[in-house]
Design a binder for this molecule. Structure first.
Ligand SMILES: [Zn+2]
Length: 108
């Protein structure tokens, strides 16, 4: 985890350079701004359930996370997704998201 934190200043510099062209989104876990293509969208669907939107194209209200399980865990702790969606999120929902996340972006 320490290694990842050390990489942040460099990424930030790169992002500033490209700032004009690229739509940035803030990660609800670590708070970093990133190209939304590098992120995963957490979607609150009109029907209610919260899902991971791997295409970024589904309808609904979205929150963004880095493609990093740690950020989902941080978001769970700091209630970033709750704030973003203005609703309470049950533990089971997080468990389900973490499972999906882990399957998609397992650390090697
Ligand atoms: Zn993050």
């Amino acid at each position: 985890m320490l290694l990842k934190n050390m990489q942040i200043p460099m990424r930030r510099k790169q992002i500033l350079k490209m700032n004009k062209k690229i739509p940035l989104r803030q990660c609800v876990g670590c708070g970093e701004m990133k190209n939304k293509k590098e992120m995963i969208r957490v979607l609150k669907t009109p029907e209610g359930p919260i899902v991971l939107d791997f295409t970024g194209k589904k309808n609904g209200r979205g929150a963004y996370l880095c493609k990093n399980e740690e950020c989902l865990k941080k978001a769970r702790k700091n209630k970033g997704i709750e704030r973003s969606f203005k609703m309470a999120i049950q533990n089971e929902v997080y468990d389900e998201l973490e499972k999906e996340f882990g399957e998609a972006y397992a650390e090697q």
